[in-house]
Design a protein around this ligand. Structure first.
Ligand code: ATP
Length: 307
């Protein structure tokens, strides 16, 4: 492993039926860091994770896990990865203990290590009391914990979780998030989500995809800095001139929220006073002016749905 880099994705693309659903994606992740993969439905998150987990061949590019090329040495690289796919790979007729033993054998753990590992992941995932229960009879949240337990049974360096909190209730979500933080003490974690607060709570790095393209890639501090952009929401009775509004001080960008309303992003000092003066001079009929702080949702919508 070079410079603690556990995952390196180098200009990876995937084509389905002549359509590039992942397009020249590159990313790097360090040991002990958590990466959140974001994007609207169909953005390419699952496809990217399948390729990183070695379940799908990239059409182009390379993926290295702890320096090992996953296409050239799949067995070696995959031994370092734990993966929870979108649809949990559970044998629901088995008990938790039976299933985890199969998962451990699948990863070729020694008989001695199997017992220890099962006990460890059960403790880690809050499953100690349900080892003898049939998986089918467990709640959704517990089944998700079993899915995560199988992904970490072999103490992988990289844990890939596809929408790990989807369908869970708020208490279960909190438990799974704290479990992810615990896993990230030792391993690198990559997960996809639609829940934006989750990203702020858990991630060190963020990667936003739109139709297979990377539209944003940064650490969480940079993202939070991005979110410090503020906006003025201004509504006018009569048509305005956007070019003129761009002349206001500190303006970064703007867009129409509807026919009458313009959202103006700015940094540093607010251009509100200059805007009021301009609106009066131009007789635009300014009838509403609000300050608002950009949320992660604003940033996401701005980046992931540029249209
Ligand atoms: P979601 O948030 O809805 O799970 P996603 O970001 O995970 O979406 P993907 O599941 O990676 O997106 O899909 C990306 C694109 O690739 C979609 O347009 C999808 O229809 C297409 N796609 C995925 N799998 C296949 C397949 N096996 N054959 C053809 N197209 C596919």
């Amino acid at each position: 492993m070079v410079n603690n880099i556990t995952v390196e994705v180098k200009t990876v693309s995937r084509v389905y039926q002549a359509r590039k659903v992942v397009n020249a994606l590159s990313l790097k992740l360090e040991q002990g860091k958590t990466l959140g993969l974001l994007g609207a439905n169909g953005a390419g998150k699952t496809t990217t994770m399948k390729m990183m987990a070695g379940h799908l061949m990239p059409t182009a590019g390379a993926i290295h896990i702890c320096g090992i090329d996953i296409t050239q040495n799949p067995t070696e690289a995959k031994a370092l990865i734990g993966y929870l796919p979108e649809h949990r790979p559970l044998y629901k007729e088995l008990t938790v203990d039976e299933y985890l033993e199969i998962a451990a054998r699948f990863h070729k753990l020694s008989s001695h290590r199997i017992k220890q590992s099962i006990a460890y992941v059960k403790e880690c995932c809050g499953l100690t009391d349900v080892g003898k229960r049939v998986i089918e009879q467990l709640s959704n949240g517990y089944q998700q914990r079993v899915g995560i337990a199988q992904a970490i049974i072999h103490a992988p360096m990289v844990v890939i979780l596809d929408e790990p909190t989807v369908g869970l209730d708020p208490i279960q979500i909190r438990q799974v998030r704290s479990l992810m933080r615990e896993i990230a003490q030792d391993a690198s974690v990559i997960f996809s989500t639609h829940l934006l607060p989750e990203v702020e709570m858990i991630c060190d790095d963020v990667h936003i995809l739109d139709q297979g393209h990377t539209v944003y890639q940064a650490d969480i501090r940079t993202l939070q800095h991005h979110m410090q952009t503020r906006s003025l929401v201004a509504a006018f009775k009569r048509p305005t001139n956007l070019q003129a509004l761009y002349q206001l001080p500190n303006v970064l960008g703007m867009h129409h929220q509807n026919e009458h309303t313009v959202v103006i992003q700015y940094q540093h000092a607010s251009p509100a006073e200059a805007l009021v003066t301009m609106a009066v001079q131009q007789d635009w009929g300014l009838y509403l002016l609000n300050e608002q702080q950009s949320t992660l949702e604003d940033v996401f919508i701005q980046l992931a749905q540029p249209s």
